[in-house]
Ligand binder design. Structure first.
Ligand code: DQA
Length: 143
């Protein structure tokens, strides 16, 4: 079984992208953390990072048979309506993660169009947020 780790625009630059906001961990570090957590359930992590909304939608559609997903939409949280529709059709539990505490930042980051569909939202915990989301999914997804 595959767990989908879906990261949106600019998240492939983690480690060098505004480390004072997003930390120094890379996406590869995050993938390792998540994989370590979900190995307990025998899940494999499929990690996809794309800059474009359409590419993210394709990736999601390709993995509608995954056991669950962790989604950091990046700035698509603000107006990613077609990503939202694709997530609405995703039949499994998924958790929205933001490295930074978006509510402590600029007002345009305060509302996410995808949050109402998520099983849960974790923000402001840096890389730990992905680990927590992975742990949550190992509990939420029925055995
Ligand atoms: C982010 C927060 C978004 O507002 C921003 O556009 C990002 C990263 C985060 O992980 O904190 O690209 O999703």
């Amino acid at each position: 079984p595959d767990l989908l780790l879906l990261n949106g625009p600019n998240l492939g630059m983690l480690g060098v992208r505004q480390p004072e906001i997003y930390g120094t961990n890379t996406l590869a570090d995050i993938e390792k953390e998540v994989a370590a957590v979900v190995a307990e359930r025998g899940w494999n992590v499929v990690s996809v990072q794309r800059e474009g909304e359409g590419e993210l939608i394709h990736a999601l559609q390709d993995h509608y048979d995954s056991v669950g997903a962790i989604v950091n939409p990046g700035a698509l949280m603000i107006a990613g309506w077609s990503l939202r529709d694709a997530l609405a059709a995703y039949p499994r539990p998924w958790i929205e993660v933001h490295l930074s505490n978006v509510w402590a930042r600029e007002p345009f980051r305060h509302e996410s169009v995808i949050s109402p569909l998520a099983s849960g939202v974790i923000a402001g915990m840096g890389m730990l947020g992905y680990r927590l989301a992975a742990q949550a999914l190992t509990s939420i997804v029925p055995r």
